[in-house]
Design a protein around this ligand. Structure first.
Ligand SMILES: [Zn+2]
Length: 201
């Protein structure tokens, strides 16, 4: 058994969605000057590896501090979706035997455009998935107008929460124990999250 960190490091200059605030950190106090070290942080709620709450797209939807703990801790299925190519469609997902899966993490090919709308609807309709994660900055193509995939996933009852910006390079495919705990930001639409998988070997 080993633990794998599936979180991307927060570093100045890292990718953020166009229009999001850049990640910044500055020393406020230093050991040399003040006898203790302390830094300030400036970042968006969707910086780096993060959890999208329904409130990201749904008026009155659950906020990130309301994420059910039992969803954030438990078995997750890691699926290698590189063979799906650029579009992760319903036919690919349907071949993965996901009916009973609650937490699904997708390792995608370089240049992937993420889930299609049809794939998101299939997840809603045909599986028990309540949390879907992906190793890209977004679950859908960054240039998709109006973010229909986010709306399908977050807008359902119950919602499917979304983990974005995972690093799954060192995580084998299969069933692993997931722990993903976002900052408890009151009333927020999302939050950075630390994601760790316990991999049985
Ligand atoms: Zn997001």
């Amino acid at each position: 058994m080993r633990y794998v960190d599936a979180t991307r490091p927060l570093v100045p200059g890292m990718f953020v969605h166009p229009g999001d605030p850049p990640f910044e950190t500055q020393p406020v106090a230093t050991l040399e000057r003040d006898g203790f070290a302390l830094r300030s942080l400036r970042l968006g709620t969707h910086t780096g590896t993060h959890l999208d709450a329904p409130a990201h797209f749904v008026a009155g939807g659950a906020t990130v501090d309301q994420a059910p703990l039992e969803l954030l801790l438990g078995p997750a299925r890691v699926v290698d979706a590189q063979a799906a190519g650029r579009e992760l469609d319903a036919a690919f997902l349907a071949a993965q035997q996901l009916e009973k899966v609650v937490r699904l993490l997708l390792r995608t090919a370089d240049g992937s455009r993420g889930l299609t709308c049809e794939a998101a609807e299939w997840l809603r309709r045909s599986t028990a998935v309540r949390l879907v994660g992906i190793d890209r900055p977004s679950i859908e193509a960054l240039d998709s107008p109006d973010c229909p995939v986010h709306r399908v996933l977050l807008g359902g009852e119950p919602a499917i929460w979304i983990l974005e910006g995972l690093d799954l390079d060192a995580v084998p495919s299969g069933e692993h124990e997931l722990c993903c705990l976002p900052l408890r930001l009151s009333g927020a639409d999302g939050a950075p999250v630390r994601v760790v998988l316990r991999v049985a070997e």
